[in-house]
Structures are given as structure tokens and as C-alpha cells.
Design a protein around this ligand. Structure first.
Ligand SMILES: C[S@@+](CC[C@H](N)C(=O)[O-])C[C@H]1O[C@@H](n2cnc3c(N)ncnc32)[C@H](O)[C@@H]1O
Ligand code: SF4
Length: 417
């Protein structure tokens, strides 16, 4: 875990940790931001999966009704901070299981459209159990253009190890395909104990042959607060499987669009995280602006209470230094395997070569990235190291933040070193 501290000190040129304060600004300044995305969190599930770290509770009709009202109020509160309608790149619904509020999604989208003009598409995460023609019809008529299906695996043993009930979901995928969304992502998990590279390749093949335009393969992570019966495979096995996935996807003509995603050529991406800036609504939703990163409370009751009093439900805020903001930007661009120096300079206000000339030189020297055309591209070797470091950061930063936020609605301070 020392590696995260060393990298932080080198890349931010400072010993200052990332410090989240239990305070917030009541005005969010997003009027002039380019490439702004929207995210809405729906924290309800039919049942709770032992491996899942996200903020969610079992579905309760009365609570969901109150939550919807609070969500609409938060959208209005934040929407009114800007005069006129603000253009945004996209709108994503994640969870939890957004379809548990199916009848409310159209209303939520309509309220969002009173304040924002959605230029790109609208995406929704789907649990495979919820897929049928009627549900997809409602999503389509609400304007949804992208879906992400949490299949995790088509394999009986893998799902059992994850603690999920097995069903052959290829039929559900065919229903999704028939609905003709612009983007169909399938989430898979790899490095599930006893998973073989053959069954993983089968999963990828199944996803694409049943209509996926993109497959996301996430390494199984054992969060400290999860309830996993079986632990993920070793990092050595993860390394081997990631190489197998990459080779298999490439051989079958797919494009690697990020460290953990592969796409049908010529299709758009499903990606709720790789935005330059975003506004998040709902419990646990994060907001990234030019100078701050903020996270909403994880407590549904506290969220409703704050919003009812016209107060932002922010629990923690990090005010970025220029280098911290640059690091955040680079982290997610490395995930997309591409850094554009011109965009970097526009966003951060300083040339990339001036801020990180040495790191770029080292990266090229060790074969982690190449300068191609006008951009730096991560090599497969670079992608592997990113995959490794992303998991270490997840355990050291996200696990810590979420673990505290699950227990305390408004923590005083969280320091990430
Ligand atoms: C918000 S979740 C799931 C959405 C949807 N409710 C479902 O279950 O299908 C998004 C994705 O994160 C991935 N994920 C969740 N927990 C994980 C873990 N412990 N390790 C790796 N990936 C995980 C899964 O692939 C999941 O589909
Ligand atoms: S994986 Fe999906 S269904 Fe399972 S608990 Fe997480 S959000 Fe809910």
C-alpha cells in the first residue's frame, strides 16, 4: 500500500494528503464548465449481493416514494444555481437497481430536462432479473438510449461463488438486443475463485454474440465491508486473466476502449466515470467540479432530511490544489488509455509537459505509454500497471471512504494518504 503514498507525493509534488472536510459550499459553480455529465443514484435492490460495495438498501415502497421527492428537490436546488439551461454530455442512472423506480424515471428525466439539455445519451444500469419487453419499453419511451446489464458471469459456478442465483441470461440479452438501444454494455467480473480463462472467454463471447456493444470486465475486489464467502484470485492470476481477455477481445476484432472495457468497433462508450466534470444526485453520488470533489451522504434518512430543509446533502468536500486536480484528471484519462495534452492544458491551465514531463519520459522509457499522433496512449503493459494501481487505490481510498460513510451520515473529516 506504500505505493499509493509514494505516487501521491510524487504526482502532487507535495506531502499534503487528500483531505475531505465535513463541510460544503451551498452554491455549486458549474455554469461555465465544459464536458459536464450528470449522474443519478437509485439506492434500492431486490436483494443484496455479498460482493457489492455500492450504497444500497432493500427496496421499500414508501421509502422509495420519499426518496423520489428528495431527488427531485435536489435536482431543482442544484438546477436553479445556474440561469437558463445548461448543456450536459449525458445522464446516467446507477445504483442499486434504477429499474426499481421504473415508474419514476420519466418524471426524474423530465425534471432534469427543465434545467439541463442532454446532448449525448441517457444510460441506465439494469439487473438481468428485471429484463423484459415491458420494462425496456418504458425505458425507451423515457428517452433511455444506453443500458448496462450486470450479468457478472453466464457461468453457473461463477455466479454461485459470487452468491448470485443462476439463470441462463442469454434470453434476456436477446430481449435487450431486440430493443435496439444505441449502447449495450455487459458487466462481467473476473478472477472469481475457480474461474478459468475458458469460462471467461465464453462469457465475453456470449455477451457480444447476444447483443453487447461493449463488455466491461472488472477484477473481483474484496471490499473490507463486503461479505464474500470466497476471496478473489491472486494478483498473479488477475494479471494472467486480464492478458487473456485482452488477447481474446483483440483476436475477435474488438477495440480496447479502457483498461477494463472492450467494444464493438464503431460503437459509442457506456461510461459514467470518465467525464471532465459531473454533477451527482442522490445518496452517495459524487460531484466533480473544477476546484472541488464532493460526495453526498450515504444515509437515505439524512439525505431526505437535508433536502427537505433546502440544504445540499453533501457530506464531504475535497478542495483541489492544481496538482491534485491534474492527478484526478490524469487518473481517469489513463483509465481511458489516452491523454490529450491540448485538452489537459485547457482543463488544468498549464502544459502537460511542463507539469509531468519527467513522468511522461519515464512512462515512455519503460514502455507504459507511446506518443501517437497528438496524444499519449497507454500500452498493454501500461494498462496492466494501471489495473494494478487502480485496485490498490480502491482498497486504500474508496474502501476507507465508503466504509466510514456507511456508518456516519456526516463524517467530520476523512484523510486519504
Ligand atoms: C452498481 S453495480 C451493479 C448494477 C446492477 N444493480 C446489477 O447488479 O447488475 C455496477 C457493477 O460493478 C461491478 N462490481 C460490483 N461489485 C464488485 C466487486 N466487488 N468487484 C468487482 N466488480 C464489482 C459489477 O460488475 C456491477 O455490475
Ligand atoms: S450488485 Fe447490483 S443488485 Fe447486487 S447489491 Fe449491488 S447494486 Fe444491488
Amino acid at each position: 500500500m506504500l505505493i499509493t503514498s509514494i505516487l501521491r507525493v510524487i504526482l502532487t509534488r507535495s506531502f499534503k494528503p487528500f483531505s475531505f472536510e465535513g463541510a460544503f459550499e451551498s452554491h455549486l459553480d458549474y455554469a461555465d464548465l465544459k464536458n459536464l455529465g450528470l449522474y443519478v443514484h437509485i439506492p434500492f435492490c431486490h436483494s443484496i449481493c455479498s460482493f457489492c460495495p455500492y450504497c444500497k438498501v432493500l427496496y421499500d415502497r414508501d421509502l422509495a416514494a420519499k426518496y423520489k421527492e428528495a431527488l427531485l428537490s435536489e435536482i431543482k436546488l442544484v438546477g436553479n444555481m445556474n440561469d437558463g439551461k445548461k448543456c450536459v454530455t449525458s445522464l446516467y442512472f446507477g445504483g442499486g437497481t434504477p429499474v426499481l423506480m421504473l415508474d419514476d424515471l420519466k418524471e426524474i428525466i423530465d425534471v432534469i430536462k427543465e434545467y439541463f439539455i442532454i446532448k449525448g445519451g441517457i444510460g441506465v444500469e439494469l439487473h438481468p432479473d428485471d429484463i423484459n419487453e415491458a420494462v425496456l419499453d418504458v425505458l425507451k419511451s423515457a428517452g433511455v438510449t444506453m443500458v448496462s446489464v450486470g450479468i457478472q458471469s453466464f457461468n453457473y459456478n461463477c455466479l454461485s461463488v459470487l452468491g448470485r442465483k443462476y439463470r441462463d441470461f442469454t434470453g434476456e440479452m436477446d430481449i435487450v438486443r431486440a430493443a435496439e438501444f444505441d449502447v449495450v454494455d455487459v458487466d462481467l467480473i473476473f478472477a472469481i475463485p475457480w474461474q478459468t480463462s475458458e469460462s471467461l472467454k465464453n462469457d465475453i463471447e456470449n455477451a457480444f454474440s447476444h447483443g453487447a456493444t461493449q463488455v466491461s470486465t472488472y477484477p473481483f475486489i474484496d471490499f473490507t465491508f463486503a461479505d464474500n464467502k470466497y476471496k478473489p484470485m491472486s494478483e498473479k492470476s488477475k494479471k494472467y486473466l486480464l492478458a487473456q481477455i485482452t488477447e481474446f477481445a483483440r483476436e475477435s476484432g474488438k477495440q480496447r476502449t479502457s483498461v477494463w472495457t472492450y467494444s464493438q468497433k464503431g460503437t459509442s462508450k457506456y461510461s459514467s466515470v470518465t467525464r471532465d466534470n459531473f454533477l451527482g444526485f442522490g445518496v452517495s453520488a459524487t460531484t466533480l467540479l473544477q476546484d472541488q470533489f464532493k460526495i453526498n451522504t450515504f444515509s437515505i434518512d439524512a439525505y431526505i432530511d437535508r433536502i427537505t430543509n433546502d440544504i445540499l446533502p453533501t457530506s464531504l468536500t475535497l478542495h483541489f490544489s492544481q496538482r491534485q486536480r491534474a492527478c484526478y484528471y490524469l487518473f481517469w484519462n489513463c483509465y481511458s488509455m489516452q491523454i490529450d495534452p491540448k485538452v489537459f492544458e485547457k482543463m488544468i491551465g498549464k502544459p502537460l509537459a511542463k507539469m509531468y514531463g519527467f513522468e511522461l519520459w519515464v512512462g515512455e522509457l519503460f514502455g507504459l505509454l507511446n506518443f501517437e499522433g497528438d496524444v499519449y496512449k497507454l500500452t498493454d503493459k501500461g494498462a496492466y500497471y494501471y489495473h494494478y494501481i487502480e485496485q490498490v487505490y480502491t482498497m486504500k481510498y474508496i474502501d476507507k471512504m465508503w466504509n466510514i460513510s456507511r456508518k456516519q451520515a456526516f463524517p467530520k473529516k476523512i484523510t486519504l494518504k
